[in-house]
Design a protein around this ligand. Structure first.
Ligand code: HEM
Length: 494
């Protein structure tokens, strides 16, 4: 036995050394992008999860961009990952959907919705392939870039007026949560005519609790936030399925013409569209339309407060619109909205600097070759538009909030807050319309020096996991947070 010990030890040393070597140099048929795979098993997950207390891009990304360039490799949560801040590569990837790459989700989210993982699976919980094409068409039919027209816009105006008016009666407004709620209720109304005042189920409260779980550790052990969220998620799915069932029983002539009614029509001819699939899709839509918009708008308000000259110019534009009215109309119209040049520049600048969707995730389903690099199959690619939007290479003085940089054009190939390709955000135009209406109402109803944002001591549910003092803006790796939250006090203009 003793005689074989040196052989066993030598074998172990060689095997471990080989394993570490393989970990650091993953197999690849070409040249992988530069970067470090970190420690065996945990990779660089710890460094990645350290929040940055600044409005700049996450430190993790910034330091590695400086060291390795805009495309680099790492390992996170047991996965081999490529992080891309290169706009050319990002745009290339957006065009490769379902060819070389496919949609991929954070572990917590995919476990929460019981996602089957791949577009090849074809199960009803799959959100790729033909299922994706179906629900995307459904959303775009109602609210795509051309769809935010007078009718939808009038709804946006009414909902925003209701929200902004309610603020004047409050001691303070918890900005982020108010905006989340507004986006949530607007989306729910459009999907299934949800009326929070009539419905017994307090959907928004349930939904906020599920949101918290997305930044918690995804283990389904009783007592953990994730476990509770899992149960509430099921309740929401059951509620949505029940809503579909109830609507099916309503005579066709009494239907409401919302998304559910359209789905019921499609179900008549396509048995693959099940109630559960639609409930999961609606849930994803509500999620997509709530968190990012609320983060971005809150960030925008912080920026406006810090830039009074911009706020004043915004106010001038809105006042000018009101001055030009001849027919005594009091609400913003679609045509007026289309004329709000400076407001749109401000919104672009908010989206650039806030970058609420810090990570768009894809999985390679085939080897990807780009700019001399090879990315093997089954790697995760994390596309971070922040790395582009906040890089001095693409934007002069990137941390300066300067809406005028958009005065010549509101688009460019380095600007991708809503992603791109066949998964580009279908809520983009709606988001811009809601932001414009909210800004218009705020600057015309309240005096600009009264729109004070202060940090409060009520932890914002969304980011309660992020420890932070004094309400600084915090970028965690995937979410934009606000320390202890922002509360806004407003007073009507004299
Ligand atoms: C500031 C606000 C918003 C930002 C920055 C944003 C950003 C994004 C991004 C980057 C994607 C692409 C994700 C990917 O490629 O994997 C996306 C997808 C999506 N967004 Fe948004 N979004 C916003 C608001 C909204 C709103 C208001 C809605 C709904 C009313 C919405 C609904 C969706 C949906 C349903 C998808 C999935 C599209 C698909 O898979 O084809 N988003 N969003």
């Amino acid at each position: 036995m003793l005689a074989t010990l040196p052989y066993i030890l030598s074998f172990l040393v060689i095997a471990t050394t080989y394993w570490i070597y393989r970990w650091r140099n993953p197999p690849c048929r070409g040249k992988l992008p530069p970067g470090s795979m970190g420690l065996p098993l945990i990779g660089e997950s710890i460094q990645f999860s350290i929040p940055s207390r600044s409005a700049d891009m996450p430190r993790f990304v910034k330091t590695r961009m400086e060291k390795y360039g805009p495309i680099f490799k790492t390992s996170l949560a047991g996965r081999s990952v490529i992080i891309s801040t290169d706009p050319e590569f990002n745009n290339f990837l957006f065009q490769q959907e379902e060819k070389c790459v496919e949609f991929w989700m954070m572990d917590a989210y995919s476990k929460l919705i019981n996602h089957t993982g791949s577009s090849k699976d074809g199960g009803t919980s799959s959100l790729g392939g033909e299922y994706h094409r179906y629900y995307r068409r459904l959303f775009l039919d109602h609210l795509g870039s051309e769809a935010v027209r007078e009718k939808l816009f009038a709804d946006v105006v009414q909902t925003s007026i209701k929200t902004v008016n309610s603020w004047s009666t409050k001691d303070y407004v918890q900005l982020r949560s108010e905006i989340s709620k507004m986006f949530f209720e607007f989306s729910a109304k459009y999907l299934f005519s949800y009326d929070p005042e009539k419905c017994k189920v307090k959907l928004w409260e349930k939904f906020s609790e599920v949101m918290q779980a997305l930044v918690s550790f995804p283990v389904r052990i009783p007592g953990t936030p994730f476990y509770r969220a899992f149960k509430i998620h099921r309740e929401i799915i059951d509620f949505l399925m029940n809503t579909i069932k109830e609507r099916r029983e309503v005579p066709e002539e009494m239907r409401k013409g919302d998304c559910i009614d359209q789905v019921l029509e499609h179900m008549k001819t396509d048995p693959r569209i099940t109630d559960e699939f639609i409930a999961i899709v609606f849930f994803g839509f509500l999620l997509g339309g709530t968190e990012s918009a609320a983060s971005a708008f809150t960030f925008g308000m912080v920026m406006l407060q810090q830039n009074p000259v911009v706020l004043e110019q915004l106010q001038n534009e809105s006042e000018e619109i009101i001055r030009k009215r001849e027919n005594g109309q009091s609400e913003l119209t679609w045509n007026e909205y289309r004329s709000m040049g400076y407001t749109m520049q401000v919104i672009n600048e908010i989206l650039r600097t806030a970058g609420p969707v810090a990570a768009i995730l894809r999985r390679t389903i085939k080897e990807v070759n780009f700019k001399g690099y090879t990315i093997p199959e089954d790697w995760v690619i994390l596309i971070t538009a922040n790395g582009t939007h906040l890089s001095p290479e693409h934007y002069e003085d990137p941390l300066v909030f300067n809406p005028s940089r958009w005065k010549d054009s509101l688009t460019n190939k380095n600007f991708m807050p809503f992603g791109g390709g066949i998964r580009k955000c279908p809520g983009a135009e709606l988001t811009k319309a809601i932001f414009a209406v909210l800004l218009h109402l705020l600057v015309t109803k309240y005096s600009s020096d009264s729109m004070n944002l202060k940090t409060n001591h009520i932890p914002t549910a969304w980011i309660s996991q992020v420890e932070c003092q004094g309400g600084e803006i915090v970028r965690t790796s995937l979410l934009l947070g606000f320390g202890e939250g922002y509360r806004m006090t407003v007073s009507a203009r004299s």
